[in-house]
Design a binder for this molecule. Structure first.
Ligand code: ADE
Ligand code: ZN
Length: 349
């Protein structure tokens, strides 16, 4: 836990306080930041007929009852992404949002197979995303590390083929992840490809315990040897797992608005993130797929304040966890943690 000090810790965290906190975002699917407005303009630019007549119709379709009902639409929407410029524009729009919300470092995901399976070269995807990330670093001061995710509803051979295609571009990403339909696709299905990624010097993260059981969190830790668990909220089914996560400070990248929109919880008031924080688990706040779930990082923090009465001190601890859980150097972590404490001192002066 971090030794943050704040003179008025019981005060509820409000938007301006939350914006001022230096934050990182560690669980964000770039394809999930495709806003309906950009989707329509890319469809027009690429001469694609969308199955929706208007932005209102699109938004009405974003009414999900579980993960799969979302994924079906999410993969369909990604079809408008065709050129390097499309991937640049998608990433740049997300960076501008980060800049407006006080996000100082990001480690976003992308799903190459969603694009290569449509005949788009991985080079187009990586170049468009990387060029925007580099511009974001130079022009907006947002540092980054890109994470390549394997789609777990596909085979391990397909994941290996993707890793092979990505090898010439290794310098563009820091790690690999595992996403898509969780239940029925346990971590051990990808044991060999994660070991190969480790051999290449890549970090590992995996979605586990979003809808899937606590055994999937265990599998991600013990078989995939991950440095972070994405979601992981189903650890609440096991006191032993909570204790293990807390003792090891294994980070969970939690996504509150995603969890309520995908009905992991019926209402935000049921969300366990603050209980896990208080038990010493390194929980962090993230947006997952903001264009589909009704809000970016700040909206996720704000939702915790509104529904769970999150205090300013808890919000600052979550921001500190996001720094601790990132893949930046220890020096950079210390610099950002100091920046966070300076902001707290200024705001409570
Ligand atoms: N891909 C995009 N968002 C996801 C999520 N929340 N879970 C699994 N796969 C995803
Ligand atoms: Zn996710």
């Amino acid at each position: 836990m971090h030794n943050l000090t704040l003179t008025q810790p019981e005060q509820l965290a409000d938007t301006e306080f939350l914006r001022a906190l230096p934050k990182t975002e560690l669980h964000l699917h770039l394809e999930g930041s495709l806003e309906p407005e950009l989707m329509f303009s890319l469809a027009e630019r690429n001469g694609i007929q969308l199955p929706y007549a208007s932005i209102e119709e699109v938004k009405a379709a974003y009414d999900f009852h579980n993960l799969q009902s979302f994924l079906d639409i999410y993969y369909q929407c990604a079809d408008v992404l065709r050129t390097e410029q499309d991937f640049y524009d998608l990433t740049w729009a997300y960076l501008e949002q980060c800049h407006a919300e006080g996000v100082v470092h990001i480690e976003p995901f992308f799903d190459p197979q969603t694009h290569t399976d449509r005949g788009i070269d991985i080079e187009i995807v990586i170049n468009g995303i990387s060029r925007a990330l580099q511009d974001g670093k130079e022009k907006l001061g947002i540092s980054y590390g890109l994470i390549l995710c394997f789609l777990r509803h596909l085979s391990e051979e397909a994941a290996f083929a993707t890793l092979e295609q990505a090898k010439p571009f290794l310098q563009h990403f820091v790690g690999v992840g595992l996403d898509s339909s969780e239940v029925g696709n346990p971590p051990e299905k990808f044991a060999k490809v994660f070991a190969a990624a480790a051999e290449l010097g890549l970090k590992r993260v995996a979605h586990a315990g979003e809808e899937g059981p606590v055994e999937y969190i265990e599998g991600a830790l013990d078989i995939l040897d991950v440095q972070r668990i994405d979601h992981g909220v189903r650890c609440t089914d096991s006191d032993a797992m909570i204790q293990r996560l807390a003792d090891s400070r294994m980070p969970l990248t939690v996504c509150p608005l995603s969890n309520t929109r995908l009905k992991v919880y019926q209402d935000m008031s049921e969300h366990p993130i603050l209980e896990l924080l208080d038990k010493g688990v390194c929980v962090t706040v993230n947006a997952d797929d903001p264009a589909f779930f009704g809000g970016y990082l700040l909206a996720n923090y704000q939702a915790l304040s509104n529904a769970l009465g999150m205090t300013r001190l808890q919000a600052a601890q979550l921001a500190a966890n996001s720094i601790e859980a990132s893949f930046i150097s220890d020096e950079e972590k210390q610099r950002l943690l100091k920046q966070l404490q300076d902001v707290l001192d200024q705001l409570s002066a």
